[in-house]
Design a protein around this ligand. Structure first.
Ligand code: ADQ
Length: 472
């Protein structure tokens, strides 16, 4: 069958963005990001397909081939975008799975749209996958897909990976129709999480809500074994290292430093503008350090790059307003003509610009209140081939478990934030190297290719065991 594929990726978004040229013509460009660059070679090698949304509301364009992948657009109407994507995914599940740092909103029409859209994705995967093929479903927008797909295609190997945290039992219990989500995930053979604790929370819930008998790393449901385990995601280390070694990128880093004020020490924040990222807490701590004279506008500058994200959702608009007000207040109070203590950029950057910033930064400040992993932390470490620079990292980012020699911090505690930033600023070259070296080794030894192959090899092995178990 020409239109059936051994390996199918299912994700909310396709790995391409539509770009409009100056003459108005439109084409597809591969989206930046580690996940796409890790999966694309696998998809290509296995003659694979990818089902996802284009990012634009309206009818789905016809399927097409690009970069050796078959792309199958799934259409979302404007209503679906409101209810499934901005509503249930980003207004209910996202905050609840991030410790409810913002209040989750519960709406019946959102749940209905989530189910309907998940079914559409499952049907697309069922259509694309070859007999006995492998389907890898991604993330919190599609948690019902594994079970829906298994019902349509019991022959498939199904893997699921959750990129965000999985909440503690008590918090998950708040979710209306919570058992549906568990049953949805249990349609997979392998459910992957960022952290072992997340896998444990999930397994525990299968006992509590579904009366199953979970074991350490698996649970049996309807005679099938479902494995739940951590696969901490990583980055494309080679890409970051190559950029960091590029003389043009290094020259850009030097230029940035000079423009930001000669020998002022540079603190850097790089985040999607999201309330889980702790940007307000970071600004509060920095403002207090300026206020109490621990740092001054003459010797320190903070560059905060915030990528616009989910800007139609009210909480994100409100966050933007609060962050921009605080930046204005700090600059108004502690700035001087021609020199301000915070440079705030509400924009996306290309990879080379980001790596130049990483090279220029003395202290990278990553302070999420909760984060599945946080790839920026790993990118910063990978870029620092000089073993210099200091990483302030929230204990509540998945990455903290792998990067214990960072300046770890509790972002809910402003005093602790101030302490960590000050310690990082005071670390001399020897201490910086002592902390950076083991982190660089860790990230180099565990890049995104290893992550993807670990997951897929595990999926292959457990599905074979399952087949044997059923056959015998
Ligand atoms: P995110 O919440 O988006 O990802 P993160 O892991 O930090 O968070 O990834 C962000 C990516 O976007 C990084 O590769 C970063 O370089 C890039 N980026 C950030 N700001 C940018 C800017 N201004 N311009 C250009 N690029 C920018 C979700 C989860 C995370 C998990 C990842 C992967 O919330 O916890 O690590 O998925 O599983």
């Amino acid at each position: 069958m020409s239109d059936s594929y051994e390996f199918v990726v299912v994700a909310n978004r396709l790995p391409v963005d539509e770009v409009t040229a100056e003459d108005g013509s439109r084409s597809w460009a591969r989206s930046p990001g580690g996940l796409v660059s890790a999966l694309q070679p696998i998809v290509r090698r296995q003659g694979g397909a990818w089902a996802g949304w284009t990012g634009q509301p309206g009818d789905a364009p016809e399927p097409f081939d690009t970069d050796g992948m078959h792309l199958h657009p799934v259409g979302l109407s404007a209503d679906d975008v409101d209810r499934y994507y901005e509503g249930q995914s980003n207004g209910t599940i996202w905050p609840l799975f991030h410790d409810a740092v913002e209040q989750p909103t519960h709406r019946r029409p959102w749940r209905q749209a989530y189910e309907a859209v998940n079914r559409r994705f499952a049907e697309a995967a069922a259509l694309l996958a070859a007999p006995d093929g492998t389907v890898w479903v991604h993330d919190y927008q599609l948690m019902l897909v594994p079970a829906m797909l298994r019902e349509l295609r019991p022959d498939l190997r199904i893997g699921f990976f959750l990129h965000i945290p999985f909440p503690p039992v008590e918090l998950f219990m708040q979710l209306p129709r919570r058992a549906d989500i568990l049953r949805g995930l249990l349609g997979a053979d392998l459910v992957g999480f960022q952290r072992p604790l997340a896998a444990q929370n999930f397994l525990q819930l299968t006992g509590r809500l579904l009366g199953l008998d979970p074991q350490e790393e698996h649970v049996v449901v309807d005679g099938r074994t479902v494995t739940a385990r951590a696969f901490p995601i990583s980055i494309d280390v080679t890409e970051v290292e190559e950029l960091a070694a590029d003389p043009a990128v290094q020259a850009e880093a030097r230029r940035m430093r000079t423009e930001l004020g000669g020998d002022r020490r540079l603190l850097l924040g790089v985040d999607r503008l999201d309330y889980t990222k702790g940007i307000e807490q970071r600004l509060e701590a920095y403002g207090e350090l300026l206020a109490d004279g621990t740092v001054s506008n003459d010797d320190v500058v903070l560059v905060q790059v915030a990528t616009p994200s989910r800007m139609r959702v009210k909480e994100y608009q409100e966050l933007r307003a609060r962050v921009e007000r605080e930046v204005g207040r700090i600059n108004g109070e502690y700035g001087a003509v021609g020199q301000v203590p915070v440079h705030y950029l509400f924009q996306s950057m290309n990879r080379a610009e980001l790596v130049a910033l990483y090279l220029a930064a003395d202290v990278m400040v990553i302070t999420p209140l909760r984060d599945g992993m946080n790839l920026v932390a790993k990118e910063y470490v990978a870029a620092r081939h000089d073993d210099q620079g200091a990483l302030v990292l929230s204990e509540f980012a998945g990455a903290a478990a792998e990067l214990p020699t960072a300046f770890l911090v509790n972002p809910h505690d402003v005093e602790d934030l101030k302490r960590a930033i000050t310690d990082a600023l005071h670390a001399d070259g020897a201490e910086q190297a002592e902390r950076m070296k083991p982190m660089r080794t860790q990230v180099r030894d565990n890049d995104i290719d290893k992550w993807a192959s670990d997951f897929l090899e595990t999926l292959g092995t457990i599905s074979e065991d399952n087949d044997k178990g059923l056959g015998g």
